[in-house]
Design a protein around this ligand. Structure first.
Ligand code: F6R
Length: 613
């Protein structure tokens, strides 16, 4: 997730761009850059520097030219290519007369890059973005205008983009378009603006328009025209803006947590983008660990903490089922201090949203010391774990600001399951058709998560009936067990309520003694292979007077009959079901936190990144 901004018709463009980039830093800040048209040429400055990128850019642009011509700016959250200055946006073409910024992922960048290189273009970065600048250059060399050239090139792209392009040959014009990532446009008093998000515009205009997928906008000073990618004119949709800047950063949501919960379909989709080659085979290019190294492994060890540990537990079921490799999952702080048995044929995977959690980092270091190959699954590009590991697989959830992990959890499950499928392909433990089948189910998950999110009111109704409850048990079996653990953790940390996550079959070996009228039992009763046994476990606690909240698949009246309250979810492949099933549990914890008057973004005693033991 990156942030983009652009303006044409403003005399003092650079301060406006820098101000906008500060507002967009929550979308990433690995590097930042601006480009503008001045004196018949493109002027560009870029800075790579982590949290200081925009500040460094401020120093670099101190002597920037000004004028009323087109200007664009970008703050980057790296996906393709490390966070260096060469990979910072804006990217230019071979002539340097065109500059372009992009948010999203171009899935077919490798084949387009090969085509460009074969026809003599020299690409200066490792990014997927740069191909667009050179493709537009080629179209313009054939006589096309900037809008027409951009339109033709966008038609060739697979993946997601919001993009803005300027050219020294059309100094007042910015051409912008989007597909699957947001872009907003603004008009004010002779100037026209664009940005990834409303906070970057709100200090300049209240006339804001949203661009829909596969629409292209041409911005000139004080004017805006929108067409489809096929060139059909479209009336841009104006949005009424009543927010101040702080509210706008939360996208109109009450807090970051609810915003991030709503962003989950996009986090899931982005984590899946760009993972299949032309022949449909899975490719995990960024991983750095070669096929030969991985073919050799005979055991997988996953280490993590908290919510990331729960994602790892889901992956254990999937990897053992698909790859038939023994897979151990360990809490990182425990792993470090026992004598884990691993060697050079072990793949140790460290899972961490921040990529900085000390216990997980140290567990990975210990695994490396014992000779294991170490892979980081991290949401933060170039995090210390990503750098220290032999390989890395990134979740692409975008920056997560709420302290409790939500969207990164779903992305972690997906990334680890992708790893499982990839190993199955590599080791030949599943036929290609079976792998395709699972991937097809994965590709439907963004829609299923979106569908689940639309039922938030039903979850709120259930939460309202549970406001007086103080004791909760979350029960699950098979992959439902980690979902239960995650549901309980969310309730503890956000609503400060006592909540135990338990494997349902284990309850009768002790904890059932705690069940009494007033205890709330939330049971994951989706139809995995232990569903019938789960219903027996439900009957055991129900007969002891517990209030039953059952997570059930749409239309499953048999399960609903055993419930006091039902949280309905759409069905999917059982091994993928946690990606959907955890969503209403996040919402339940969120709503109970609010009902008890707690701030979900800042739970007491917690920190987003835990760098102490
Ligand atoms: C809970 C939560 C924590 C983190 C844990 C590990 O909502 O966010 O339990 O999952 O502190 O953090 P990372 O994933 O950054 O290593």
């Amino acid at each position: 997730m990156c942030g983009i901004i652009g303006v044409t018709g403003e005399a003092d463009a650079v301060p406006l761009l820098l101000g906008g980039l500060h507002q967009l830093e929550y979308r990433g800040y690995d590097s930042a850059g601006v480009a503008l048209v001045a004196d018949g040429a493109i002027w560009r400055a870029r800075a790579a520097g982590g949290t200081d990128s925009v500040a460094k850019l401020g120093e670099l642009t101190a002597g920037a030219p000004n004028g009323h011509a087109a200007a664009i700016g970008h703050t980057r959250w790296a996906t393709h290519g490390s966070p260096t200055e060469e990979n910072a946006h804006p990217h230019t073409d071979c002539t340097g007369r065109l500059a372009l910024i992009h948010n999203g992922i171009i899935e077919n960048h490798a084949e387009l890059r090969a085509e460009l290189e074969a026809s003599g273009h020299t690409l200066a970065s490792d990014t997927d973005t740069e191909v667009m600048a050179h493709l537009i250059e080629a179209q313009m060399a054939g006589g096309a205008s900037l809008p027409d050239a951009t339109r033709t090139v966008l038609g060739r792209l697979r993946g997601s983009f919001s993009v803005a392009v300027i050219s020294a040959d059309e100094p007042d014009t910015i051409v912008a378009a989007c597909r699957l990532t947001p872009l907003v446009l603004g008009l004010h008093d002779g100037m026209t603006l664009l940005a990834s998000d409303i906070p970057a515009l709100i200090g300049h205009t209240r006339r804001v328009f949203t661009l829909a997928d596969d629409q292209l906008a041409v911005l000139t000073p004080g004017a805006l025209t929108v067409t489809t990618l096929d060139g059909e004119p479209v009336e841009p949709v104006e949005r009424a803006i009543t927010w101040d800047v702080e509210a706008a950063q939360k996208g109109g949501y009450e807090d970051f947590m609810s915003k991030e919960i709503e962003e989950q379909p996009v986090a899931v989709r982005d984590t899946l983008l760009d993972r299949r080659g032309a022949g449909g085979e899975l490719i995990l290019d960024e991983m750095r660990l070669g096929a030969d190294e991985l073919r050799d492994i005979d055991k997988v060890f996953i280490v993590a903490c908290g919510t990331s540990y729960h994602a790892a537990l889901v992956a254990k079921y999937a990897i053992e089922h698909w790859v038939k490799l023994p897979t151990e999952v360990d809490i990182a702080s425990e792993f470090r201090y026992r004598d884990p048995v691993l060697n050079e044929r072990t793949l140790c995977v460290g899972v961490s949203q921040s990529g900085e959690t000390l216990d997980t980092a140290e567990a990975m270091r210990e695994a490396a010391r014992l000779g294991a190959k170490v892979l980081a699954v991290s949401n933060v590009v170039d995090s210390s774990m990503a750098r220290a590991a032999d390989g890395v697989l990134y979740t692409r959830a975008g920056p997560e600001i709420g302290v409790a992990s939500t969207k990164t959890h779903l992305a972690q499950i997906l990334a680890l399951e992708l790893l499982g499928l990839y190993l199955a392909q590599l080791l030949g433990t599943q036929p290609a058709a079976a792998i395709d089948g699972v991937f097809d189910h994965m590709e439907r998950l963004p829609d299923l998560v979106a569908d689940t999110l639309r039922r938030a009111d039903d979850v709120d109704d259930v939460a309202a009936k549970l406001t007086d409850a103080r004791d909760f048990f979350f029960l699950g079996r098979h992959v439902g067990f980690p979902v239960a653990l995650e549901g309980a953790l969310k309730l503890k940390e956000l609503a400060y309520l006592r909540a135990e996550g338990y494997p349902a079959g284990e309850l009768k070996h002790g904890p059932i003694a705690l069940i009494e009228p007033g205890t709330v039992v939330v049971a994951i009763a989706t139809r995995n292979r232990l569903w019938e046994k789960m219903l027996s476990n439900v009957a055991e606690v129900r007969s002891r007077g517990a209030t039953m909240v059952l997570l059930a698949e749409d239309g499953d009246e048999e399960t609903a009959a055993a419930a006091d309250h039902v949280l309905w979810v759409p069905p999917t492949d059982p091994l993928l079901s946690p990606v959907v099933g955890v969503v209403p549990l996040q919402q339940l914890a969120y709503r109970l936190a609010r009902l008890h008057g707690h701030d979900p973004d800042r739970p007491r005693n917690l920190a987003k990144t835990v760098t102490v033991e």
